[in-house]
Design a binder for this molecule. Structure first.
Ligand code: ADP
Ligand code: DP6
Ligand code: CO
Length: 330
């Protein structure tokens, strides 16, 4: 059967998804909203092959076994059952994003796998159905089907939980600077930490109660192209999410000392009149939300404490793409 290659870009949530009401279907408690980025992405090729005994998964040129392989196999089972085929597949993926470091590799990974896998199985899914399928691999992947600003509508069933593009072509000046403080794989996955926070943080009911206001307000701010308002809400959502990890049993944080240094620097630059705001995901790395116009000054400020190699500028990125095999960039 033919090999299909897809490229999906990562997205960084401005209003975070943190907590599932249904683990099996990956249905979240709240809506979330993100920006897809151009520089971080995953390329994945899938080929079904009746001669294989089981699914094979190569990530960045290395054969993967264990938990990550099982996740991919379970995901392929969903595709096989929908396409009504039984063959194993050969899956080759390259992350142009650090894996499992809180830069949303699972988002680009499962969006790319959903697109390549479904098409290789002969399915021709709509973007909405691709988003629903990607969701089953990793919640954040639901949003990586689309470019620009994207909302994940939580829904209350497999059929009603999917992403919706809010502003695919971002025609105003907003971007991010990723500060790569630690590229190592996290010891505590987003999946297990969010489940523990739902179960044990006394603040989780308040998280659910607040989320919709944040989504509604940030959508107005995006429509008004108001960087400061977008940034303020993003900071609030990120800090509230991290407050859930700190208030869980056992208490936990993804922050490292350098995370706090980066936050302090962003605050200092803002006090100097620059419009910059921070967000963090399930890892220590910090992303700064800012304009392209002020990026040179913000980079200059950040590089007084972080080497330039740790700073990556990312612009709004596109939605899912299919590539001819020879266009893989690895
Ligand atoms: P991140 O912050 O990078 O999203 P997660 O813990 O959410 O971290 O997801 C990382 C996991 O996603 C990896 O351990 C692996 O199981 C899976 N993953 C990452 N990249 C790929 C890929 N290209 N293809 C399939 N699965 C992947
Ligand atoms: C902090 O999508 O990685 O990045 O659904 O269990 O695979 P699973 O988790 P994942 O969680 C992402 C959490 C976040 C916030 C966000 O992307 O909205
Ligand atoms: Co993830």
């Amino acid at each position: 059967m033919q090999t299909v290659t897809a490229r999906a870009h990562t997205n960084i949530a401005l209003v975070k998804y943190w907590g599932k009401k249904n683990q099996e279907l990956i249905l979240p408690y709240t809506n979330s909203l993100s920006l897809t980025l151009d520089v971080f992405y995953t390329d994945t090729s899938v080929q079904f092959d009746p001669l294989l005994e089981t699914d094979q998964f190569l990530l960045n040129g290395e054969n993967v076994t264990g938990k990550s392989l099982i996740k991919v196999q379970r995901f392929m089972d969903l595709i096989r059952s929908e396409a009504n085929i039984a063959m194993p597949a050969r899956i080759e993926s390259t992350n142009h994003v650090p894996t499992a470091a809180g830069l949303a590799s699972s988002a680009s990974a499962f969006a790319a796998l959903a697109a390549a896998g479904s098409r290789a199985a002969g399915l021709d899914l709509s973007l909405r159905d691709l988003s629903r399928l990607a969701r089953r691999g990793s919640g954040s992947a639901t949003r990586s089907i689309y470019g620009g600003f994207v909302e994940w509508e939580r829904g209350d069933s497999d059929a009603t939980s999917y992403a919706v593009p809010i502003q695919e072509q971002v025609d105003w000046d907003i971007q991010m600077i990723a500060i790569l403080l630690n590229r190592h794989e996290k010891k505590v996955s987003s999946r297990s930490e969010m489940a523990n926070d739902v179960a044990t943080s006394p603040y989780y009911p308040a998280w659910i109660e607040n989320a919709q206001t944040e989504v509604d307000t940030i959508k107005q701010a995006i429509a008004a192209r108001d960087l400061n308002q977008v940034g303020q809400i993003a900071e609030q959502s990120a800090m509230r999410m991290h407050a859930l990890t700190m208030s869980a049993v056992p208490p936990f944080t993804y922050f490292e000392p350098s995370t706090l240094q980066a936050i302090a620097k962003v605050q200092e630059l803002r006090a100097q009149g620059l419009s910059c705001y921070y967000t963090m995901d399930a890892g220590p790395n910090v992303k700064v939300i800012c304009s392209a116009r002020e990026t040179p000054q913000i980079l200059a400020g950040l590089s007084t404490i972080f080497p330039k190699e740790q700073l990556t500028v990312a612009k709004p990125g596109p939605g899912i793409q299919y590539l001819p095999p020879q266009q893989r960039s690895d």
